[in-house]
Design a protein around this ligand. Structure first.
Ligand SMILES: [Zn+2]
Length: 129
């Protein structure tokens, strides 16, 4: 099962917005720190998701920040595809739904502002693994 969304700020269908809203009332693409901390508990009773978010940054991220992600999260990694200022954050997360898994992944960025304090998520994906 794959849940994914390309986010276009000019075309946000209400049904999509509801589908991607986490139990704390936040849109997964904006991130949820509560979902991040919930997924960090790694509850084996919850399904495992492969999650990925693409985001743009207003300034280039130093290589050190890319390496920092793995050190801080232990299970996520940050890559830079070929497009400048576009980054891909991916990894595994246990959560009840794909929405919570994505909200937690973006929540990691929200909770670690030193990695990137000005990011815009453009695409989100959760695959039940
Ligand atoms: Zn949440």
């Amino acid at each position: 099962m794959t849940e994914s969304a390309k986010l276009n700020p000019h075309d946000q269908r209400p049904a999509d917005a509801v589908r991607w809203t986490c139990p704390h009332g936040l849109h997964a693409a904006r991130g949820c720190v509560a979902c991040y901390h919930a997924s960090a508990r790694d509850d084996p009773a919850l399904p495992l998701w492969e999650v990925a978010v693409w985001f743009t940054s207003v300034r280039p991220m130093p290589i050190r920040a890319l390496k920092d992600v793995r050190r801080h999260s232990g299970r996520f990694s940050l890559h830079q595809p070929s497009t400048p200022l576009v980054y891909l954050l991916s990894g595994h997360a246990r959560a009840a739904t794909g929405t919570e898994a994505v909200a937690g992944l973006v929540g990691f960025l929200v909770d670690n502002r030193h990695i990137d304090d000005a990011f815009t998520v453009t695409e989100i994906r959760a695959v039940h693994s």
